[in-house]
Design a protein around this ligand. Structure first.
Ligand SMILES: Nc1ncnc2c1ncn2[C@@H]1O[C@H](COP(=O)(O)OP(=O)(O)O)[C@@H](O)[C@H]1O
Ligand SMILES: [Mg+2]
Length: 271
């Protein structure tokens, strides 16, 4: 299966086996520049079953099968936009023959660079980067507040990455929302996971990105609650932190959350 010649491949398959993993192509639908995402299995039948079981029954997520990932992505993109958070618009369109029988989703094409590429680009001035980082932090804070207030777990990124935010003109739009926490998953825990991962990315960027992000993250109660969640004294969290620190050391999420605790205790906002 290969896309037609007028389709530009954006996302190569994750797997070295070229029949597996999503295909993401740039194309057109309804006269608009668009992205077609084709959801293919990531593993063989047994692996798919296990991944799906693990997501739903152990990890508290919505499911790993292609159709489920497509439905989660479509719903999540819509939920983000309904609550005023930027994400590509879902577009109407049929599945092209070459994509069949896999589930597909058409969405708005976002020209630009990912936030990761932007922040790593030495041509952007420090001031520009701090401004963009600030607006990213501000929208994360609003989104986390909204997620906690509404209990909407689809507003939380299950796989947060600066590579999944497009700097497109004046927009900062998030994409790749095909995995999400289940509706029953505690939203505060989901937020704490996302925050710890984003703060880890900030630590890795260096150059004061961590402090710039926090200075603009205008929801101090979410920071405090997330610390409470992350450093809960339960055995489960102790094991999680221990595993995570032994794998990643100084650039772990745990290290990033410790640094957050220091920031709040020192120069951070009064809580
Ligand atoms: N709406 C979009 N506009 C522009 N580029 C996109 C869009 N969606 C995805 N991409 C590009 O395609 C790549 C793969 O898409 P992604 O949704 O992350 O797929 P996967 O779930 O397979 O990781 C992204 O890294 C990005 O470069
Ligand atoms: Mg991706």
């Amino acid at each position: 299966m290969s896309p037609e010649p007028d389709h530009r491949l954006l996302g190569p398959p994750h797997s070295t086996d070229s029949s597996r993993g999503n295909l993401v192509v740039q194309s057109r639908t309804g006269g608009k520049e668009a992205v077609l995402k084709v959801y293919r299995p990531r593993h063989g039948p047994l692996g798919e079953g296990l991944a799906d079981f693990s997501q739903r029954c152990i990890e508290g997520k919505r499911g790993a099968r292609p159709r489920r990932r497509r439905d989660t992505e479509r719903e999540s993109l819509e939920v983000w936009r309904v609550h005023g958070f930027d994400a590509p618009a879902v577009l109407a369109g049929e599945a092209p023959d070459w994509a069949k029988p896999h589930p597909v989703l058409w969405m708005e094409y976002l020209p630009g660079r990912t936030l990761f590429e932007y922040l790593e680009d030495p041509r952007a001035s420090r001031e520009e980067r701090i401004m963009v980082l600030g607006s990213f932090a501000e929208s994360c804070a609003r989104r986390h507040r909204t997620a906690v207030a509404t209990g909407e777990t689809r507003l939380v990124q299950e796989h947060p990455s600066l590579r999944h935010v497009m700097v497109s003109g004046s927009r900062l739009a998030t994409f790749d929302l095909e995995n999400a926490y289940a509706a029953a998953f505690p939203v505060r825990i989901a937020v704490a996971f996302e925050l710890s991962s984003t703060l880890r990315s900030m630590l890795r960027l260096g150059e004061g990105a961590f402090e710039s992000f926090l200075a603009a993250y205008a929801a101090p109660e979410i920071l405090r609650e997330s610390l409470g969640v992350f450093f809960a004294p339960s055995l489960r969290w102790r094991i999680y932190r221990w595993l995570e620190t032994s794998r990643r050391g100084a650039s772990s999420k745990t290290a990033a959350m410790r640094r957050l605790a220091g920031w709040l205790g020192g120069g951070g906002p009064a809580l």
